[in-house]
Every structure is written in structure tokens, then in C-alpha cells.
Write a protein that binds this ligand. Structure first.
Ligand SMILES: Nc1ncnc2c1ncn2[C@@H]1O[C@H](COP(=O)(O)OP(=O)(O)O)[C@@H](O)[C@H]1O
Ligand SMILES: [Mg+2]
Length: 253
């Protein structure tokens, strides 16, 4: 389907209302949300992207939100819309955590937020698992190593900032690779937990997941015992030295 766009004032009408208030919202809630969108300065909602929801193409869907491409003036942005059936009561907490990640240059840049929306940098690209599966030809291993290294460096930055992402064991859904790889979705993040970003991400990329199976076709992965040993050491003491050792064992230095 070709992409097309509508102004916020159309979002409370069928069929767009099913996206503004997914899966189903009252007229009152739709009216509130339409006003909220206008206040945020969203000028158009663009229907386009790889996920089809109620016959409309969007950028993606999770349990908390539906993400659609939007325009803020001329600028492309990603708009995360809180699902009506989400377990979260608001989006400001997630926005705050994304802002914390941005402080160490991780995650899509936060632009604005409100009760039901997060406006952030739009990332063009593919989910890391699709990116790895589509890698082929000469230079694949090198490209993969660069991406894996950047992801783990970002995880190290999050560890240093005491921000635990919370879902990096499912990293295939949480990194978009386009220009530079970017970690997304801080809805399960916390500043009050022991951080396990590097260890979760490394395990998910190299040890046991759908992604690691695809990775093993691109690069030679060291023995699980060697990887676990260096990750355990890092887990115990999250120093730069121990992180560098992890990179070395993984062949990413
Ligand atoms: N900044 C973004 N740019 C482009 N696509 C995005 C962006 N943020 C999220 N997406 C897409 O939307 C999907 C759902 O977003 P996510 O934040 O994971 O929602 P949830 O918290 O509900 O899991 C993602 O898997 C991704 O495909
Ligand atoms: Mg998610």
C-alpha cells in the first residue's frame, strides 16, 4: 500500500480512530487524544510502514504502543501512541527514561511527550534480526561486527548510566539498524535495578536466541564457556577493562 497522510483532526474518524485508540476507544477518549495531538504540534499522521493494523500500514506495534510515522512541520518523527489496553497508565514515565538514555547518546532522540504519546526521532531501517538475515556477500562479517560493537557500546553506556533497559534478552525486537544501529523501547526500563544491558544483549546476540542462530551463519562465534566466563566477570564488576575483555572474546575489538 502506498503511504498517505491525514491531519490530526481526522484521527478521531473511522478508520483512523482504530489506530489513535487501539484496539477500541470511546468517542470521548478519541476527542481528548485528538486535542492532545494538536497540542503536541503534530501536523500530519503518515500511514506507511511494514506492519498492517486494521488495514492501515504503521511502523510497528507492541503491547504498550502503536508507532506511526508523523510530521511535525516538515520533520519526520515517530509517534508512539499508548494502547487503550496497555498496562501503563501514561507515557511520561517511558519518555523520562528515554530522556535518560539520550543523555548518554542512546535511543531515538526524545522530542516531546504527553499522557498518551511520545514523539521521538524516526529511525529508518530494519529490525536487527531482519538485517542480519538479509546480510550476504563479501564484507558481511565486518558489517555485522561493526553493528554488534555499536550495540554493545550503547549497552555499556546504559550500564554506566545505571539505566537497565529491561528487555535486551529479546534484542531482536529492540534494535533498529539503518544508519547507525539504535536501541529502542524504554518502556520496561528502570533506574533502580541492577543493570544487565551488556550481559543480556551479548547473550541474546551470541549465545541463545533466534538472532544468535542467524549470527552464527555470518561469523564464527567463540565457545559458549569462554563467552560466559568473560560476561560473568563483567557482571560482577562492570568496569571498562572487563567490558573491553568481553569485546575481545567476542572478536569485536
Ligand atoms: N523511533 C522509531 N522509529 C521507527 N520505528 C519505531 C520507532 N520506535 C518504535 N518503532 C517500531 O514500533 C514497534 C513498537 O514499538 P515499541 O517501542 O517496541 O512498542 P512497545 O513498547 O509497545 O513494545 C517497534 O518494534 C518498531 O518496529
Ligand atoms: Mg516493545
Amino acid at each position: 500500500m502506498d503511504s498517505f497522510s491525514v491531519p490530526p483532526s481526522r484521527m478521531d474518524k473511522e478508520p483512523y480512530s482504530h489506530i489513535l485508540g487501539y484496539p477500541k476507544a470511546t468517542k470521548k477518549e478519541l476527542a481528548r487524544r485528538t486535542l492532545e495531538l494538536k497540542k503536541l504540534g503534530i501536523s500530519r499522521i503518515v500511514f506507511g510502514g511494514p506492519t498492517i493494523l486494521n488495514n492501515l500500514p504503521v511502523l510497528g506495534k507492541g503491547y504498550v504502543g502503536v508507532v506511526v510515522l508523523s510530521k511535525m512541520g516538515k520533520k519526520d518523527v515517530a509517534l508512539k501512541i499508548r494502547r487503550i489496553d496497555s498496562s501503563r497508565a501514561e507515557m511520561e514515565t517511558e519518555a523520562k527514561l528515554l530522556g535518560e538514555a539520550n543523555k548518554v547518546n542512546v535511543g531515538p532522540k526524545l522530542i516531546k511527550s504527553s499522557k498518551n504519546f511520545i514523539v521521538m526521532e524516526y529511525l529508518e531501517g530494519k529490525k536487527i534480526i531482519d538485517w542480519v538475515r538479509d546480510l550476504k556477500g563479501r564484507g558481511s562479517a565486518k558489517k555485522f561486527r561493526e553493528v554488534a560493537r555499536k550495540v554493545l557500546e550503547d549497552c555499556y553506556s546504559l550500564d554506566t548510566a545505571h539505566l537497565d533497559h529491561g528487555e535486551l534478552s529479546y534484542i531482536h525486537k529492540h534494535v533498529i539498524v539503518g544508519g547507525s544501529p539504535c536501541i529502542i523501547d524504554f518502556e520496561s526500563s528502570s533506574l533502580n535495578r541492577r543493570t544487565s544491558n551488556v550481559t543480556s544483549a551479548a547473550q541474546s546476540i551470541f549465545i541463545g536466541s533466534a538472532l544468535s542462530s542467524a549470527v552464527k551463519k555470518i561469523v564464527k562465534v567463540p565457545s559458549t564457556a569462554r563467552m560466559i566466563k568473560s560476561l560473568k566477570k563483567y557482571k560482577h564488576d562492570q568496569s571498562r577493562e572487563n567490558f573491553d575483555q568481553v569485546l575481545q572474546v567476542l572478536g569485536l575489538d
